[in-house]
Design a protein around this ligand. Structure first.
Ligand code: URA
Length: 201
């Protein structure tokens, strides 16, 4: 890992910026490749992530990894995976605005250090927070947008796919796979779809 990311991780592990620090078992910083071209951003660690200190290691994470594999992406080599906030909210509740604000500098530093070309954002909370926009995820997903010069593809959170397991066309799982396939094509250099498109939002 690069020195700057190691520093970031070491400081993040000591973080006391909000009350989530009191109940956490681990700070959950990241997994994956430190200079991946693709950064995957979820919402917050759950119980499994809190126990292991790594993001997306529970059911949602296993599904995420399987979907990445299905489009030909390796979670360890091709992605850097992290969350909006680094400590588990009790009972997996939504992070509060104060927690999101307190934790935000860590994510901003991760984005700067890893310097990914593409951000794949999982779920409504992560999307609304990062893009500072209230458009429903159902309308944002599947469309490239731009954030601070980076290409962003919002999509559903894997936990939503677990709650809606049908793989029929038009259902969340197949829409998620279509979004991830756009990302894979963009990484392969098929960049025509990368123009931020807000025409139908
Ligand atoms: N859900 C998330 O958003 N992140 C995780 O790390 C695990 C579940």
């Amino acid at each position: 890992m690069r020195v700057s990311l190691e520093d970031l991780k070491a400081s993040c592990l000591q973080c006391q910026r909000c009350d989530l620090a009191k109940e956490r078992k681990h700070v959950v910083v990241s997994r994956g490749h430190p200079s991946a071209r693709l950064m995957v951003i979820g919402e917050a660690p759950g119980a499994d992530e809190d126990a292991q200190g790594r993001p997306f290691v529970g059911r949602s994470g296993r599904l995420l990894d399987a979907c990445l594999t299905e489009v030909g992406l390796d979670q360890a080599d091709d992605t850097y995976i992290c969350n909006l906030i680094k400590c588990r909210p009790p009972g997996n509740r939504r992070p509060t605005p104060a927690e999101l604000k307190a934790c935000r500098p860590w994510l901003d530093r991760q984005i700067l250090e890893v310097n990914p070309e593409i951000l794949f954002i999982l779920g409504a909370t992560a999307t609304a927070t990062l893009l500072e926009c209230r458009t429903p995820i159902s309308r944002l997903r599947g469309h490239w947008t731009e954030w601070k010069g980076r290409c962003v593809m919002p999509s559903f959170h894997p936990s939503y796919l677990l709650r809606n397991p049908s793989r029929e066309p038009g259902k969340p799982h197949s829409l998620f796979m279509a979004d991830l396939t756009h990302v894979k094509h963009a990484l392969n250099g098929a960049v025509s779809g990368l123009t931020p498109d807000s025409s139908d939002r």
